[in-house]
Write a protein that binds this ligand. Structure first.
Ligand SMILES: Cc1cc2nc3c(=O)[nH]c(=O)nc-3n(C[C@H](O)[C@H](O)[C@H](O)COP(=O)(O)O)c2cc1C
Length: 324
């Protein structure tokens, strides 16, 4: 039988399929269902600073005294963070596989004051779901990058557990960013997050949300960057976005990923789908006579390719002239 075990962020996983942070990993019992279905690790639903903030703001309506508002703010924030930590503690008690906490925050205070509470609750690692939409033309690119790097540096200073950074794909140079994240203290990077999909209703003249779920074709973006980055920097790469089947997990590993995170496919097929994916990965390995994952990880990366220029291809030139 093939050995599917892998290392990710220094943690030992029985297999490389990770339940991604989403509504299906919110509660400890949901995380346990992912473990029972065969996940190698689980990333809990993110704790969102803005969510707690919005709740506090709605509760504070009518409270005029600034000091009182500050006091309530502090208490509510503490309560939100402690509730997250309690749930994490329960997950740690119930699960054998690594449990990764996830935080989405912007303010410096959060990283300094609240990360230790979550770490103390027993998280095996921390995923920083950093999201910053640079909508203001005066915000220069260096400032955006500095925000990412400062955040990682700050968290690293305040915790001893491994950290992964989950990013999206709109950067001028993803390999350079990943390298800098590594030097700032990140142990892993998750490529890529899927944010709220903006759409427009042309009849009502309103904004509307597109599908929150990915399609298998979305995997291409992750495959491209993982295959290019693999071997360039010593950071663990986790694929996220469009991993829907066992075959997709194989592709991410061939590109050079340490693990593949799954979300939309679990919403579509139920968490039991993890079992099918795991079985299909194992069957593929046996069919190709691989007994361990590291025998084929990165096999189709740019670094190990005889034709590295094929990874730089951007245009469908032959298609454009009708030959392909
Ligand atoms: C309903 C839903 C909720 C999500 N919530 C979170 C979250 O709290 N934190 C996070 O980092 N990513 C969140 N994500 C993003 C997923 O973790 C994942 O990165 C993304 O969906 C791409 O993977 P997929 O193609 O397997 O869906 C969410 C995605 C969905 C669909």
């Amino acid at each position: 039988m093939a050995d599917l075990s892998v290392k990710y962020l220094g943690l030992s996983l029985s297999n490389p399929i990770v339940a991604a942070s989403c509504g299906l990993t919110r509660q400890a019992d949901q995380a346990k269902q992912c473990e029972d279905a065969g996940a190698g690790a689980v990333v809990l639903k993110s704790l969102f600073e803005e969510e707690i903030q919005a709740y506090i703001d709605s509760e504070s309506v009518g409270v005029e005294h600034t000091e009182a508002v500050d006091y309530i703010r502090e208490l509510e924030t503490e309560a939100g963070v402690h509730a997250y930590a309690d749930n994490l503690r329960k997950a740690k008690e119930a699960l054998q596989i690594p449990v990764i906490a996830s935080i989405n925050a912007v303010s410096r205070d959060w990283w300094v004051h609240h990360v230790p509470t979550i770490v103390d609750a027993g998280a095996d690692a921390l995923e920083l779901n950093i999201s910053l939409l640079p909508h203001d033309h005066r915000l220069k690119e260096e400032k955006v990058l500095d925000f990412y790097l400062d955040t990682v540096g700050l968290v690293k200073k305040n915790t001893k557990i491994p950290i992964a950074v989950k990013i999206w794909h709109h950067f001028t140079s993803i390999p350079a960013l990943v390298d800098q994240l590594h030097w700032a203290g990140a142990d892993g990077v998750v490529l890529f997050n899927r944010f709220y999909q903006l759409d427009i209703d042309v009849e009502t003249f309103r904004l509307k949300g597109g599908s929150p779920f990915s399609n298998p074709s979305d995997l291409s973006c992750s495959l491209r960057w993982i295959s290019i980055i693999y071997g360039q920097t010593e950071i663990d790469l986790a694929a996220s976005g469009g991993v829907h089947a066992g075959e997709d997990v194989v592709k991410t590993l061939l590109a050079g990923a340490q693990v593949a995170q799954v979300c939309s496919a679990l919403y579509r097929n139920g968490v039991e789908h993890l079992q099918t994916m795991r079985r299909d990965l194992e069957t593929w390995m046996e069919r190709h006579s691989f007994s361990r994952v590291d025998q084929f990880r990165g096999k189709l990366s740019r670094k190990r390719s005889d034709l590295p220029e094929s990874f730089e291809r951007l245009q469908y030139i032959k298609t454009l002239v009708g030959q392909e």
